[in-house]
Design a protein around this ligand. Structure first.
Ligand code: NAD
Length: 500
């Protein structure tokens, strides 16, 4: 019997009633290991109403008590780390250490949210005018939602629901239908940690569920992470319905390698950041830009054997694996098609992983590491986010030519420069039009107490994820101006009050 994954609503597992389901695969074997319910609009609306009835009491709970739920949640994540990582790897395909990293990067945001009482503090101005005091307070929005992608099924849901719930909101999570088990486990753990029933709900589904969230009157804010076309769609439709919306999209992250860079360090960084998690990371490096002929030749000389020797396999093979399979057959066909396209376009495929096969896993979605040299700006493989273990090398003659590449690309998520020269690094950090920048750091994902967000078509909306921005996003400010005049009990003012 195939396992059926329903929804988690009002503190309970409930079966789907829409009659629509999606298959959940084991990416290493290609087998269907579960089916997941796809919510109907009526099921989604019922979950939202349930959340709306739970929220007022939670919003009125003092912030320290709410923070204690997150404190306990962190403990439970540690307790269940192995179980969570195993469930994650089984549906996503990433290695166990990488799956633990996925959980831990979410856990760190939960830790940050233990400071919610501090983040919720308002401002106060005593004596803003004669007998006048002015103060602002942050209040929860009510019911808010998160729509998340397949590639970080633990981290990104936690980036969304931890700050939202710590701020006093009730949350509807619509995770990816490709790997829904871990989000369901997180909801169970939040309940065990003390979040009242109805405060964190997981409603599985596809476009129908998403559209219902976007059009619903009760939902006040939507945080989305996924591909750029869907990010833009969610942003437009959610904003048109008058909601607060933030959407984070795709990427094409460049890494510049200056002639003075430590080449061994740069090669290590490129291998990890280009091929880790099979390239299915929004912060993966997918374009390497060596500056100058000598740097390019040396880079290729060192990179080719490293890419040829990448170890690919199922997560069950343990520490002996660098990365696993792609998430679905569709993802495999798409990545393979783009590599074919690169060859047709005239790029030099220095390492060809297309025919990689693993004995016993012939139906898995495995593809070997691919490395292109002599890629140019006009090629589809340069313009498109491939989201697979494929690195493109674009050779630049000068620093100016190199910096122009990420600056004129449509995406602006992450970027890195490898150099020993502080002046070049400073210039790069100052001029680059990209949200997250690494200096001799290939994947500059900010820690939980800073914020994460891309520029250009990698991000829609004006606040970032986690860090202080998340509390701004999931709360609204109310400002009170109060006057307690002494002895003035009557009289009206007809001109606008000023403090002059
Ligand atoms: P996706 O856009 O296919 O799906 C994301 C979410 O949107 C899922 O919950 C999915 O069910 C829903 N969805 C899909 N199609 C929809 C439609 N037509 N209408 C409404 N909702 C729809 O993305 P994915 O394949 O799950 O994730 C990979 C993408 O996410 C990559 O582009 C990657 O760069 C991006 N990503 C970005 C960040 C970031 O913070 N910028 C982080 C992780 C992943």
């Amino acid at each position: 019997m195939t396992r059926e994954i329903g929804h988690f609503i009002g503190g309970k597992h409930v079966a789907g009633t829409s009659g629509r389901t999606a298959d959940v695969f084991n990416p290493a074997t290609g087998e269907v290991q579960a089916t997941v319910a796809l919510a109907s609009p009526a099921e989604m609306r019922a979950a939202i109403e349930n959340a709306a009835s739970a929220q007022p009491a939670w919003g009125a709970t003092n912030p320290q008590r709410r923070a204690r739920v997150l404190m306990k949640f962190v403990d439970l994540l540690h307790r269940d780390m192995d179980k969570l990582a195993e469930a994650l790897s089984k549906e996503h395909g990433k290695t166990i250490p990488d799956a633990k990293g996925d959980v831990i990067r979410g856990l760190e945001v939960a830790e940050f949210c233990i400071g919610a009482p501090h983040m919720m503090k308002g401002e106060y101005s005593e004596g803003a005018g004669p007998g006048i005091d002015m103060y602002s307070m942050r209040q929860p929005l009510g019911v808010v939602a998160g729509i998340t992608p397949f590639n970080f099924p633990a981290m990104i849901p936690m980036w969304k629901f931890c700050p939202a719930i710590a701020a006093g909101n009730a949350f509807i999570l619509k995770p990816s239908e490709r790997d829904p088990s871990v989000p369901m486990m997180l909801a169970e753990l939040m309940l065990e940690a003390g979040a009242p029933a109805g405060i964190l709900n997981v409603v599985n589904g596809d476009k129908e569920a998403v559209d219902t969230i976007l059009d619903d009157d009760i939902i006040q804010a939507v945080g989305f992470v996924g591909s750029t076309p869907i990010a833009q769609y969610v942003y437009s439709r959610g904003c048109a319905a008058g909601k607060r919306v933030q959407c984070f999209g795709g990427a094409k992250n460049h890494m510049l390698i200056m002639p003075d860079a430590d080449m061994d360090q740069a090669v290590d960084a490129l291998v990890g950041a280009g091929y880790g998690a099979a390239g299915e990371r929004c912060m993966a490096v997918s374009v390497a830009v060596p500056v100058g002929e000598a740097a390019a030749n040396l880079l290729m000389e060192k990179l080719i054997p490293r890419v040829e020797n990448l170890k690919i396999g199922p997560y069950t093979a343990g520490d002996d694996v660098d990365f696993g399979p792609l998430v679905t057959k569709e993802a495999y066909a798409r990545v393979r098609g783009l590599v074919d396209r690169g060859v047709e376009e005239g790029a030099m495929l220095a390492v060809d992983g297309r025919d990689f096969k693993l004995q016993g896993y012939e139906n898995g979605n495995f593809i070997g590491g691919c490395l292109f040299d002599n890629v140019t700006k006009d090629m589809d493989i340069y313009k498109t986010e491939i989201f697979g273990p494929v690195l493109s090398v674009v050779r630049a003659k000068t620093y100016e030519e190199a910096i122009d590449l990420p600056m004129s690309h449509e995406y602006g998520n992450g970027v890195a420069i490898f150099t020993r020269d502080g002046d070049t690094a400073r210039d790069f950090c100052s001029r680059i039009n990209i949200g997250m920048v690494g200096v001799n750091v290939p994947i500059p994902v900010p820690l939980a107490y800073h914020t994460f967000g891309g520029w250009k078509r990698s991000g829609f909306g004006d606040l970032n994820q986690h860090g202080p921005d998340a509390f701004k996003f999931y709360t609204r400010t109310k400002t009170v101006t109060s006057r307690w005049p002494s002895g003035t009990k009557e009289g009206a003012e007809f001109s606008i009050p000023t403090m002059g």
